[in-house]
Design a protein around this ligand. Structure first.
Ligand SMILES: [Zn+2]
Length: 111
């Protein structure tokens, strides 16, 4: 009986780790996708922030597609941009879903 309950305990721990792993994996996936082609299909623009001066711009996917590949991830667009106000290359880009707004990760500017 003793051995039985400890076996169940181990299974529970393994299951917890598995769930945690799935959540982290989903978050990472969310970070690298969607790609520009998907955003174009949904008519979703890309929001870009300068981490140095806080300058913010919403970029039309159509303009981005003229300059880069359609399978570029939205978050990877940042590497191709520089700030048009201070010239910094420390840029963050995210899909700009209408309605999600403040909820969807503007939190890194709360400092
Ligand atoms: Zn800037």
């Amino acid at each position: 009986m003793q051995a039985m309950s400890s076996w169940h305990g181990q299974m529970f721990v393994i299951n917890s780790f598995f769930v945690l792993f799935c959540v982290i994996y989903a978050l990472m996936l969310n970070e690298t996708s969607p790609r520009l082609s998907e955003l174009a299909g949904q008519d979703v623009p890309v929001a870009a922030w300068c981490l140095d001066c806080g300058h913010h711009r919403v970029l039309a996917v159509g303009d981005l597609l003229r300059r880069m590949d359609s399978c570029t991830a939205a978050a990877a667009v940042a590497r191709r941009l520089s700030c048009d106000r201070c010239g910094s290359r420390a840029i963050e880009t995210r899909p700009h879903y209408a309605g999600l707004g403040v909820v969807a990760g503007h939190r890194w500017h709360e400092d």
